[in-house]
Ligand binder design. Structure first.
Ligand SMILES: [Zn+2]
Length: 84
């Protein structure tokens, strides 16, 4: 179990499947910043470690967590790829 990134506690945290984006804005726009583009997903498939993802077509569902105290969903820190 991972602690909540907001309150830092595991008290209200429970496992939850999280739906992530199919592609990050960076991938979608080939690295170009689009003015006014509002990102809806916090995290996208291409930003995750491929070894941690389920195989298609379930790659957008990741094993994450949900903090009932803060009402935020989050994924394990090891899931996100280190910058490139
Ligand atoms: Zn919390």
């Amino acid at each position: 179990m991972e602690s909540c990134p907001r309150c830092g506690s595991i008290q209200h945290v429970r496992p939850k499947a999280i739906l992530i984006g199919a592609a990050s804005p960076k991938k979608r726009f080939d690295g170009e910043e689009k003015a006014g583009y509002r990102r809806l997903d916090q995290l996208a498939v291409d930003e995750c470690d491929p070894a941690e993802l389920k195989s298609a077509p379930l790659e957008q569902f990741v094993d994450g967590f949900y903090c009932g105290g803060c009402e935020v969903g989050f994924v394990a820190s090891g899931l996100v790829r280190d910058g490139d």
